[in-house]
Design a protein around this ligand. Sequence first.
Ligand SMILES: Nc1ncnc2c1ncn2[C@@H]1O[C@H](COP(=O)(O)OP(=O)(O)O)[C@@H](O)[C@H]1O
Ligand SMILES: [Mg+2]
Length: 311
Amino acid sequence: MNAIATFALEKFYLTGFWRKHPKQALKPLTLEVPEGEIFGYLGPNGAGKTTTLRLLMGLVKPTAGSSKILNGTIEDPAIRAQIGFLPEQPYFYDYLTAVELLTYYAQLSGVPAGERQRRVASTLDRVGLAKDAVHTQLRKFSKGMLQRVGIAQAILHQPKLVFLDEPMSGLDPIGRREVRDLIASLKDEGKTVFFSTHILSDAEALCDRVAIVANGELRGVGAVAEMTSSLGGNMEVVWEGEGANEAIKALGRELRVAGAITRSVVPESMLNQVLDILRAKNARIISVTPVRATLEDYFLQKLAQTSGGAD
Ligand SMILES: Nc1ncnc2c1ncn2[C@@H]1O[C@H](COP(=O)(O)OP(=O)(O)O)[C@@H](O)[C@H]1O
Ligand SMILES: [Mg+2]
């Protein structure tokens, strides 16, 4: 079953003082996320990620198109009860403590009274909020700590499907790692996680599949390994002896020379030609190693492609 499905979901905002200028924040988006996946929704700032999440959460109305959540609609309270959401900039009442706030949310989301205290404590523990912090008023929290409270709020009621808008924002490298581990553990429990990020390394190791959006438009979707292998391989060649360098430069390759050792990255299709030159010029070949393309390579390539529709 699909946890999320969108059908030509589209959003124009009316901007300007008279709200006369339509701005297309999301071009018709058709996307499916099966249950049990960790799905990364990637794109630079302004790509339309938050708009998509707001549409999925029913916080703004689509201009056209529709979406299904857990085979139902987000308006259905029974569906809503199975969903957790971390907004991009969560705001909490300053004078509550993390325990007070989450106890309130637990009550709202129907966690039985007898279980609330234990559930709140275990959730705060799970998001890595230190024991002494949980009784401190939220106004004294750092951005990273508030982000953890936001994540706790999103998973407290043990939802089946969790939406997180930039969950790693405001966190230091250790915090990012902890959130990554937490998302992975949600998947282990059989939950579906849909999260947005503009930081590719956060998604690369974690996601089953990712979508790439830019300028409100879907540019690619698939498994990270598929995306990166579609770029075609490059090989790094290292050799000793300068006799061949001019000829390889003439192929348009960049050389990095350190003493007697030269390295160059060449497309796989050019490898034999380069090796032939090296042999002919009696260079000593030290190594030939495939260079793995990263999600970043794919991402930059997709962003470089001109948009298909009118802008
Ligand atoms: N309420 C709004 N009114 C007008 N324009 C908006 C509104 N919200 C977002 N936008 C515009 O829509 C585009 C996409 O924004 P957003 O979805 O926030 O992107 P992202 O989350 O990927 O950074 C941006 O150009 C932004 O300025
Ligand atoms: Mg955003």
